[in-house]
Ligand binder design. Sequence first.
Ligand code: ACO
Length: 319
Amino acid sequence: MMYSKIIGTGGYLPEKILTNKDLEAMVDTSDEWIRTRTGIQQRHIAHKDQVASDLALYASQNAMQAAGVTQKDIDLIIVATTTPDMVFPSTACILQEKLGIDNCPAFDVQAVCSGFVYALATADMFVRSGKCRNALVVGSEIYSKILDWNDRSTCVLFGDGAGAVVLSQSEHPGILSTHLHASGSYSKVLSVPGSIGGGEIQGTPFINMDGNTVFKFAVKVLEEVVREAIAENNLQAADIDWLIPHQANIRIIKSTAKKLGIPMEKVVTAVNKHGNTSAASIPLALDMAVRDGRINSDQLVLLEGVGGGFTWGAALLRW
Ligand code: ACO
């Protein structure tokens, strides 16, 4: 029996930091409102010339170094992103060229904030089936490009960043199970409805969100998908060593943990440091907890996320 296992993690946050105080000078908001409603204190903003593949490059190099692999070892690249460099080619193909990797499958996954879980689940199937040995799985986002900086209800929530893992063949698990869901009937609740047509942008190219509906839906489905993952592996919530949620809002994270009976000491949070980085948020939080020594060998780690679509999912790992 072949399994897949994460053998290295990496992350990258752009240099420029935008604090809540900075935002006070831009829109009618306050540090207090943002902190109490979301837990966010600051976010990182990419340089105007940077694209998602640039952020992905740094995160990938960190992950490959941690894994002890080089370009010749990588035989699959999947990038989860909602903010690709361009319409095509995929950000994964552009990243492949920047990394100096020649001739392996490379493609993007678009599942918004659940993108990393979707990409990891896809890579897991490639690795377990023997189709590839070392997959590079990346979440990279530049949400600052799709925010209306005059809309206080959305611009305070998001930030830019990238996270990556190397997922490799292993005789021992590794990824125990993955669980993916989507419901397109919620597509209008959270969207960037614009598109390109006839040489112009049609519709709005900025985030449109019904925050209250997102909040309630997120807490409901995140509890469900975590319970699904736990049940499939005949475990209890108490068995989970680390819950690594999508970092959208500290209140969503706390509500989900409370419903599951998982104490906050076992929950990795980074939303205060970089806001919601969409597909990058789970691998960034994972990388942080691996590098600071919290996550140790043989521990049970549960990744979960929800995002536009709606999409949602979880991955249970034995570290
Ligand atoms: N600063 C100050 N006031 C604000 C701001 C702001 N940045 N934004 C909105 N307000 C005001 C509103 O106008 C409203 O004023 P009113 O009462 O005079 O009409 C008041 O604050 C309350 O607004 P609500 O929307 O009810 O505030 P709520 O407590 O629901 O918090 C929030 C809003 C933070 C967006 C919350 O609904 C939320 O977190 N939802 C989840 C959204 C999310 O995480 N989206 C990310 C993408 S999806 C994902 O990653 C899961």
